[in-house]
Design a protein around this ligand. Structure first.
Ligand SMILES: [Fe+2]
Length: 275
């Protein structure tokens, strides 16, 4: 994948509004070679051990303190090289999502979740490869659902050869709750860890599971979810259209809306937080 956004574009195409289930099953036709190669690597390398290692590395939030806005500006240095004239900056993408949520009259924490949902992509700037930052997420340590895109690529994952990871429940208990399940590592988990002390549970679920398409779009892994997860996924699903379809809307007028977002961030976060 030449650029990070190819994955987002692919997902948006896959779930294009009005697409039939049959069209969806043809998603491979929508994937360019870069995207296919990306999934090949993602599925082969996101092992149970890899996920635990990355969580140990990042979830302690030892990368220093920054304000939310400083981190958004840092993410902005991730430049899209393919088409500098027409593409929006990372901050503009975040604001487009947030503004679409605001226009629909949703609560302030929902708007804030929209603004922050992809901030975890700073993992790329920390030197993580794309396959460890973006991509549909899925549980590790148990059998892979056939509802995950390109399931055939899991054959190259070393966990496939470990019998204890290939049963329906694997290392987990029935309906143990997603909080006890390790998902493939990426920007969702990282931003959840950064924000978990500050945002309401509904917002946290949106952030943590927004790329968990096998579950929130296809209903997979309900045998690992508990009642609370089921309730919270209502919000994850509510958020998803804003993630998928906010691109291509008008360019946000930064000067005009900046005060609103400064107030919103200050309402939930202290001046600086741990990253
Ligand atoms: Fe995302």
């Amino acid at each position: 994948m030449q650029q990070l956004e190819e994955w987002d574009d692919f997902v948006a195409t896959r779930y294009r509004q009005g697409k039939s289930e049959e069209e969806f099953r043809n998603y491979e036709a929508d994937a360019n070679p870069g995207v296919t190669q990306f999934y090949r690597e993602n599925h082969a390398k996101q092992t149970y051990d890899f996920v635990l290692r990355k969580k140990a590395e990042y979830c302690g939030l030892t990368r220093g303190k920054k304000s939310v806005w400083e981190m958004a500006e840092y993410l902005n240095t991730l430049v899209d090289e393919s088409d500098p004239d027409t593409d929006l900056t990372q901050i503009e993408h975040l604001l487009q999502t947030a503004e679409a949520i605001r226009k629909d009259g949703h609560p302030r924490w929902f708007i804030l979740a929209g603004f922050m949902h992809d901030l975890g992509k700073v993992l790329c700037l920390y030197g993580e490869p794309q396959w460890a930052v973006v991509g549909d997420t899925f549980p590790v340590g148990c059998a892979y659902s056939d509802q995950i895109v390109f399931p055939e690529f899991f054959a190259a994952n070393p966990d496939c050869k470990l019998a204890q990871f290939q049963t329906k429940y694997g290392v987990y208990q029935p309906n143990c709750g997603l909080d006890n399940v390790h998902l493939s590592f990426g920007h969702d988990e990282y931003i959840y860890q950064v924000t978990k002390r500050y945002l309401p549970e509904e917002a946290l679920c949106m952030l943590r599971y927004h790329s968990f398409y096998p579950a929130h779009k296809h209903g997979a892994y309900r045998h690992l979810m508990n009642d609370r997860d089921e309730q919270m996924f209502h919000w994850v699903r509510k958020f998803n259209p804003y993630d998928l379809y906010s691109k291509g809307r008008e360019r946000p007028n930064l000067q005009e809306i900046l005060p609103f977002y400064e107030d919103l961030i200050a309402e939930y976060f202290p001046a600086q937080i741990d990253w």
